[in-house]
Write a protein that binds this ligand. Structure first.
Ligand SMILES: [Zn+2]
Length: 103
């Protein structure tokens, strides 16, 4: 059995608490691994924003869970999981999931 570090164990604990451990939606197996890194999910309002202007509407920090059988990747928003740090370097990390102001 693979040893989980603190970050991975926190994610497993919260997903267990929230009853989010259903089998893989693609292959129906229950062989998952929680990755030891997060994924900043970039969102944009218009289809070509990122390619043309680099404009990002929101960044959603997510935990990554991968199916060990078929490789299907599931992303869980850290905000409802309660896994976002309150503040870092004086900046409220809630800003990560709110729309950026245009200057
Ligand atoms: Zn699968």
């Amino acid at each position: 059995m693979v040893e989980l570090n603190k970050k991975q164990q926190q994610i497993v604990d919260v997903l267990t608490e929230k009853d989010a451990l259903e089998p893989c939606p693609r292959c129906k197996k229950s062989d998952f691994s929680v990755q030891n890194y997060y994924c900043p999910l970039l969102t944009h309002e218009e289809p070509l924003d990122i390619q043309v202007t680099g404009k990002v509407a929101k960044v959603i920090p997510t935990a990554i869970v991968v199916c060990g059988n078929c490789g299907y990747i599931m992303l869980h928003n850290l905000m409802p999981l309660g896994l976002l740090p309150k503040e870092k370097n004086g900046q409220n990390t809630n800003d990560l999931t709110t729309e950026k102001q245009e200057n």
